[in-house]
Design a protein around this ligand. Structure first.
Ligand code: PLP
Length: 353
């Protein structure tokens, strides 16, 4: 396992609430400190321009746009694909439907058509097809298929992406991927060449949003990739939504450092998630879902659920949830921290037994 400079073993808190909690590494801070800067609203920031060009090139897109958040990046994408009165097909648990404050509807006048997920996180093709509305004044115009990968830590199979993409294209839908954790999926598919796997995933989409402030470890930032025309429209929405930033290169440099140096290490996070899941096996009242990437979900028997997260907190371990508790591994946790989490969970269940 690579060096984990900020890892939170020892006396400090083991924070498994999210992979957003990471601190920039020394190398990342150095890249930020030395970044060449300009005014990005004038298109003058060399560090922003370099990040956008590098990601577009790596993922196989014409153009890219740096955004302050993944929520804004997804919203700009939805608004660039859809007009007022259009709808997008999306999963019930997708971030772009459930976790973005209804922004597409509120700010874009775009109607979601949410579908239930299959157990592997995918949206069944027959359900997608059945929910594409005919051209009839009664219906919103079905315009876009929005998928997410990873979804709840699960990797959508590549042949599913190919089939969903084929269906969308055949039925005239655009295809957007919320790839907040695209590189976690890519590393899970091909740890030896995650950039190739990421590019292969992206080949099935017209636009992809990637978060740098999750497992990649940057403090701020997402990038939307797409065609020149789509990114041009998204650029207009970004300005309108208040996302035009000035010397944003100080942030883009952090993301660029992550892109160059902190992609392969996501495999370490996945290993730590495995270690955690294994350590939590066999407790009566706790069902551990085997992790595919860096997120471990545990279903807690209802009569035991109350108090688990509070117990963990009092033992310096942070997690989220109640009946379904979520642990997320990341750059700032190491094996010792994971072992502390395991011990704290086991103690809770043994004390209750
Ligand atoms: C975190 C996340 C986003 C974006 O979140 P922000 O906090 O707005 O950056 C989008 N989609 C998914 C799946 C995410 O996990």
């Amino acid at each position: 396992m690579s060096e984990r400079p900020n890892a939170s073993s020892g006396a400090t808190v083991v924070d498994l609430r999210s992979d957003t909690v990471t601190q920039p590494t020394a190398g990342m801070r150095a890249a930020m400190a030395s970044a060449a800067l300009g005014d990005d609203v004038f298109g003058d920031d060399p560090s922003v321009n370099a990040l956008q060009a590098a990601l577009a090139e790596r993922l196989g897109f014409e153009a890219a746009l740096f955004m302050p958040t993944g929520t804004q990046s997804n919203l700009c994408a939805l608004m660039a694909h859809c007009q007022r009165g259009d709808e997008y097909i999306v999963g019930q648990f997708a971030h772009t439907y459930r976790w973005e404050g209804g922004g597409a509807a509120v700010l874009g006048s775009i109607q979601p058509q949410p579908l239930s997920h299959a157990p592997d996180g995918s949206l069944p093709l027959a359900d997608i097809e059945a929910n594409i509305k005919p051209d009839d004044a009664h219906f919103a115009r079905t315009r876009l298929l929005a998928l997410e990968n990873t979804i709840g830590g699960k990797v959508l199979p590549m042949d599913y992406l190919a089939a969903a993409s084929e269906l969308a294209t055949r039925r005239g839908l655009a295809r957007h991927l919320d790839g907040a954790r695209l590189f976690n999926a890519a590393v899970a598919i091909n740890a030896a060449d995650p950039y190739a796997a990421a590019r292969q995933i992206c080949g099935h989409f017209d636009s992809v949003s990637v978060c740098f402030s999750k497992g990649l470890g940057a403090p701020v930032g997402s990038v939307l990739c797409g065609t020149q025309a789509l990114i041009g429209r998204a650029h207009r929405w970004r300005k309108m939504l208040g996302g035009g930033m000035r010397q944003a290169g100080v942030l883009a440099a952090a993301a660029h450092h992550a892109l160059d140096h902190q992609v392969r290490r996501l495999a370490d996070d996945h290993q730590l998630a495995q270690r955690l899941a294994q350590g939590l096996q066999g407790l009566p009242g706790l069902t551990v879902e085997p992790p595919q990437t860096n997120i471990v979900f545990c279903d807690v028997a209802p009569e035991r659920a109350s108090g688990l997260v509070a117990h963990l907190k009092s033992h310096g371990v942070l997690a989220t949830g109640l009946y379904r508790v979520r642990f997320v591994t990341h750059l700032d946790v190491d094996a010792a921290g994971v072992d502390r989490a395991i011990a704290a969970v086991r103690q809770f269940f043994h004390a209750q037994a």
